[in-house]
Each structure stands twice: as C-alpha cells, then as structure tokens.
Design a protein around this ligand. Structure first.
Ligand SMILES: Cc1cc2nc3c(=O)[nH]c(=O)nc-3n(C[C@H](O)[C@H](O)[C@H](O)COP(=O)(O)OP(=O)(O)OC[C@H]3O[C@@H](n4cnc5c(N)ncnc54)[C@H](O)[C@@H]3O)c2cc1C
Length: 409
C-alpha cells in the first residue's frame, strides 16, 4: 500500500496531497471527479486561502476556475450546461475542495451554485431554467440563498418577510440574516410569505419562492463581522417595497416551503462532505507535524497522548464518511433520506470539529499561529455545527421521526 502522504513535504500542504481514500469505495465517476477537482485545487495553495481569509476577499479566481471547467453544473441537466451527475459525485467534489486546504472559504464560494437552484431545476418553467441556470453554471452569475430571519431563526415557517402581489410584480418587505455571499452575488433565491399565517390551514402553506436580481438599490446589504470564513461574506438584508417581477416567482405561489425542502437533504449531505474535507485536512496537518516536530529528543507523535486522539479522529471521520456516502447513494436512488442526511451532517461536523481541535493542540503554540492553518480550520468548522440546521434540531428530528417520540417543541 502506498504511503498515505509524503513525509518529506513541508507542513504547507498542497491541493493534491490528501490522506489516502480507500479507492474501491469510489465509483468510476467519483474517482474522476476527485482527480479532476484535485487538479483545479492544486492551483490554489495555502497562501492563497490564508490571504483570502486575512484580506476578507472573495476567492474570485477559484470560483472562475471551477466554473471554467464546468464543475458548477455537476448536478444540473446537460441541456443547461450541466453534467447530469448526482449528489454522490457533488459530495466528492466539495469534500475534495475543502480537503485541499480551501476549507469552507473554498467550498462556500461554490456551494450555493452547485445545488442551491435545485428548486428552479425541479419546479421552474423552461424559460426560467434557461434564463437562470445557464449563467449560473457558466459562472457568469452568482447566487445567494435568503431564508433565515433575525426574529424567527430556525422556526422558518414563521418567517416575517412579506411578498404582496401588485400588477406585474411582487413587493417584498422584511429582513434576512446570515445571507452568505450577498456582497458578491448578482442573484438571490428568497423565501417570503404571500398569505398571512392566520389565513392558511398549515404554516407550511402561503410561503413563496423567488429567484431574482439582488438589486442593491432596493435591498440594503450589510456584512456581519464574524468568527471565521472571512473570505466568504455573510450579511443582513433589509428591504421595504422591493419590486420583484412576477416572472421571477418559482413554481406556484404559496408552495415555496415545499420547494425549498426539496433540496434540503442534498444540502445537508454536501455540508457534511465539506466538514469531512476540513477534518481530513486538519488530520493530515496534525499527523505531519506530529511526525516532524521533535521535543524531548523524539517526534511528539511517538507519544500516545498525541497519537491516539489522531487515530481516534481518523476512525470518527471514516465512520462519518460512510454515512455521508450512504446518504448520497440513497438520495440519488430516489429514497427519502432525511434521517441519513441529517445524521451524516451531525456526525461529520462533530468528527471534523474534534479533528480540528486536536490538530491545533498537536501543533502546540504553532497551532495558534496563522501560518499553520489549523486555527483557520477550527474557526471554520464551527459553521456546520450551527448551519444550515443546528445539532439540537437534528436530534429533535431523529427523536420524532425515527424513534417516534413526542415532538418536544
Ligand atoms: C456562517 C453562516 C452562514 C450562513 N449562511 C446562510 C445563508 O446563506 N442563508 C440563510 O438563509 N441562512 C444562513 N445561515 C443561517 C443558519 O442557517 C442559521 O444560523 C441556523 O439555521 C440557526 O438559526 P439561528 O441562528 O436563528 O438560531 P436560533 O433559531 O436562534 O437557535 C439558537 C439555538 O437554540 C437552539 N434551539 C432553538 N430552538 C430549539 C428547540 N426547539 N429545541 C432545541 N434547541 C433549540 C438551536 O439549536 C440553536 O442552538 C448561516 C449561518 C452561519 C453561521
């Protein structure tokens, strides 16, 4: 068996250096994706991501490189420029990006564009699909996703943004929070209530989905200073009387929540794969450092107190990986995968968080220095523990839907 990675390389790893994956696990098309994406990533080294984080700068070149090779359309139909592959391939793609050292800065720069427009693909008209999907896949437009609101949080069904139908347009009023990439995106997929809560039979009714221009003359976009992933912005949006053309309504009015839900399991699988990638990147760095750094006359990795937590992290990451790809396979085969997608997201985020924390500790003082990158991973790996759904809500879901226990909230 080949060495999992070169032990002579410096700790500043490059995109082509990964911990070895068990190759037979991958299908032919997954292997092709992994190799091709590794090649793209190898052009964006650690210094690139360190600078993007330091300067709070969107990785435009990386986004363009991924778009240029056609990867943004990995899951989209070929008639709009896509590749017609599944979530199992998209998961390999985002895992590989994160694992290259790009971490969430790289994954989030392309994430929304890969799967965010699933509601358009599934429920849009032919005219909308050509108008909306083609420029997104070509990398000519970028999209953000506007669901979360400051007053309602995870209680999405009670969101307060309103959309009122006028003659040939809707007028949207309300606010959104944590909207990633709104500083650079030209487009937004946004959810708002068209029928007041009091007038619907179920709270899931009366919400509508729009894919439209993020017109800064009508929408105030303010960046939120945050803990990590500084290269990719997150924002509050405020709008009052934002005119959205009627032709930008996706599917039927009032059915927006159902449409958003459609893509959610796939999104959880992708977020999980991104977390996994960061976990493996952290572990790779930790193992390299533990093998090279000598204190008390021997490599620190010879001490079991250093070695065993890293071995434990590998096992946890591998367990999460099996769950992720099981969920992806099921999703692609058309099964309901709520419990597996949620569990995969939970397990991958926790395993990766453990690996990142241990990577920092393995580096001792240098774990706290930016030049060893693991502190950046640790800051970024908090994201999948919080978003798009929290750990508590996943346990609520499993408790209620899998174990049949009473709803706790
Ligand atoms: C970096 C980042 C990027 C993001 N990007 C986007 C984006 O692009 N678009 C978008 O729409 N959103 C985005 N989000 C928002 C994200 O999806 C939400 O932060 C997340 O869903 C949690 O919602 P909240 O912050 O309002 O938490 P809250 O709903 O206020 O919850 C706070 C805490 O209370 C717990 N809690 C609440 N209710 C219960 C309950 N019934 N039982 C147990 N625990 C409970 C939660 O689990 C959580 O720990 C992003 C968030 C972050 C941090």
């Amino acid at each position: 068996m080949a060495a999992p990675f070169s032990t002579t390389q410096s700790n500043h790893a490059r995109g082509t250096e990964y911990l070895q994956l068990h190759d037979p696990d991958l299908t032919e098309s997954q292997r092709t994706v992994r190799e091709a994406i590794s090649k793209v990533c190898s052009r964006f080294d650690d210094a690139y991501w360190l600078a993007a984080d330091r300067d709070h700068r969107f990785p435009v070149e990386f986004h363009q490189a991924v778009a240029k090779d056609g990867w943004l359309g990995i899951c989209m139909p070929s008639e709009y420029g896509g590749s017609d592959l599944g979530i199992a391939e998209a998961a390999v793609m985002v895992q590989t990006i994160a694992e290259s050292g790009a971490a969430y800065a790289g994954a989030s720069a392309v994430h929304m564009n890969i799967f965010g427009l699933e509601p358009v693909r599934k429920f849009g008209t032919e005219e909308q699909k050509s108008r909306m999907l083609v420029p997104l896949i070509a990398g000519e437009e970028r999209a953000c996703f506007g669901v979360t609101e400051p007053n309602t949080g995870l209680d999405t069904l009670r969101l307060q943004s309103r959309a009122v139908r006028k003659d040939k347009h809707y007028e949207l009023s309300g606010q959104k929070i944590w909207i990633s990439t709104a500083q650079v995106a030209e487009k937004i997929l946004v959810l708002a209530r068209t029928t007041p809560l009091e007038q619907v039979k179920k709270p899931s009714q009366g919400l509508s989905l729009f894919y439209t221009d993020l017109d800064r003359k009508q929408v105030e976009v303010t960046e939120i200073p945050k803990m990590g992933r500084a290269a990719v912005d997150s924002n509050t949006l405020f709008f009052d009387g934002w005119k959205v053309p009627q032709e930008d309504l996706i599917g039927e009015e009032g059915n927006g929540f159902k449409m958003i839900m459609h893509g959610m399991n796939a999104e959880r699988i992708l977020i999980a794969a991104e977390a996994l990638g960061i976990g493996f990147a952290a572990l790779r760095r930790a193992a390299l450092y533990a093998g090279e750094r000598k204190v008390f006359g021997r490599p620190i990795g010879q001490n079991q107190a250093i070695q065993h937590p890293l071995a434990d992290s590998w096992m946890q990451l591998e367990a999460a990986r099996l769950m992720i790809y099981q969920a992806a396979r099921m999703y692609d085969q058309g099964y309901e995968t709520g419990e597996y997608a949620n569990a995969a997201k939970y397990l991958a985020a926790e395993a990766a968080f453990g690996a990142c924390e241990r990577a920092v500790m393995t580096h001792g003082g240098m774990g706290y220095a930016k030049e060893y990158h693991v502190e950046r991973y640790l800051r970024e790996i908090m994201i999948p523990r919080i978003a798009p759904v929290s750990r508590e809500m996943i346990k609520n879901y499993i408790g209620e839907r899998v174990l049949g226990l009473p709803r706790s909230y």
